[in-house]
Design a protein around this ligand. Sequence first.
Ligand code: ATP
Length: 514
Amino acid sequence: MAILEEDKFKKVIAHAKEYGYVFPSSEIYDGLSAVYDYGQNGVELKKNIRDYWWQAMVQMNENIVGLDAAIFMHPTTWKASGHVDAFNDPLIDNKDSKKRYRADVLIEDYVAKIEDKIEKEVSKAAKRFGESFDKAQFLATNTRVIEYQAKAAAILKRMGQSLANEDLADVKALIEELEIACPLTGSRNWTEVKQFNLMFGTKIGASAENSVDLYLRPETAQGIFVNFLNVQKSGRMKIPFGIAQTGKAFRNEIVARQFIFRMREFEQMEMQYFVRPGEELQWYESWKQRRLKWHLSLGLGAENYRFHNHDKLAHYANAAADIEFKFPFGFKELEGIHSRTNFDLSSHQKFSGKKLQYFDPEHNESYVPFVVETSVGLDRMFLAVFSTALQDETLEDGSMRTVLKLPAVLAPIKAAVLPLVKKDGLPEIAHKIIDTLKFDFNVVYDEKDAIGRRYRRQDANGTPFCITVDHDTLLDNTVTIRYRDSMQQERVKIQDLIALISKEVLPKYWLEKC
Ligand code: ATP
């Protein structure tokens, strides 16, 4: 990470704590690595992101329904899904620094550096050519850039193949050939690459003899697969249809040091779409586009997203792509879209001995449906939104303000109601306004400090509107409404507040863009 980016990331973490968004878990005991708690604002932002996803996926689609499966599942589930045998990450230790890394991540970081070099060439050329610069043409013709691109592609291809063939010796050879060093110490003294299973084990039952070994689910998807027929039959669902679920998942991540980007306990928002065999790749393409549109609807900037198509496919997939987002530490996976074939349902059918088939009345045949999955991490979404929203601005008078420009639909608090002074009946009117707004929106009251400081506090908290009650309010029932992003103020009637705020914060006005 470049120093500027590192500073920005530190600021994100500090701001999240200072404003009650994210705290380290059990902090009074010095925390627990890669586990975090969401504070009073964080829990609201997280809920709003989850709701926004749920509305877009379930409420807006007649053929997608929800599910809330338990975290504990019969242990055979994880045999059938392949997680017991294949849910591994390749790990490598540095013998000198004693630090442990994911071998694939070391290689991917190396490739990211090559991509940074390409970006640098692009910005240099953009400066040189000015307005006439054509990026696509430059990327396709500049010999240095072409060499970089070819090198990056060759490395990823070789890594993909070695991992797919379980050739861990070659993964190590690649690390050595590229002269990748321990990022902390620069040492190139590596151990062999080993596989490490990411599932957390636990036990259920009262006594040692009767207890059964279980796993904490590493993904929510399997709860959907084992309930496929329950939902299809009870809901009389016709293919194509989807089942959506949000909930906790657990992974014993090898390296987890990027705040809420990679946690050991996290939340997923997943949707499995059941389709006719042979139609899965069409649906896969269509879900890729629909999910990107959902992200773009939040207005965080199209330049912050890109697709990354997988060379290395998981054991269950015949096509896979990530939607990557530009986090403070570079482009990384935010959401995965996978064409999972009929692997999971067929495998559960085999292990359980129960038929998991669908009778298609249009084709007059039974089959195991194919599945297209969309899977996005709620915590990663949180980080994407929060880190992009946090901005330092220099104002016209030269002063600085820190503002959290959260999309208004997601902001934890929609409006703060502020009496200009703590007397003359203004606090009472402010409380009355809160009493009318609170049925529709999360609102707060704030009377402490000068009005300017209160505005700054709400800016930093991400509150889109400040409503100020002053002496004129006593005369004509109007208030000043101040917009967080533009800092513009206007005078409006109290009775118009609900309509005005609704226009900016209600999900329907945002979902229209999906
Ligand atoms: P990565 O390559 O970053 O480990 P993955 O490919 O293993 O991720 P998936 O299994 O596709 O991830 O999970 C779907 C989504 O769940 C990811 O796109 C991500 O948003 C989220 N996710 C996965 N692992 C974690 C984690 N440890 N902490 C937070 N979110 C996670």
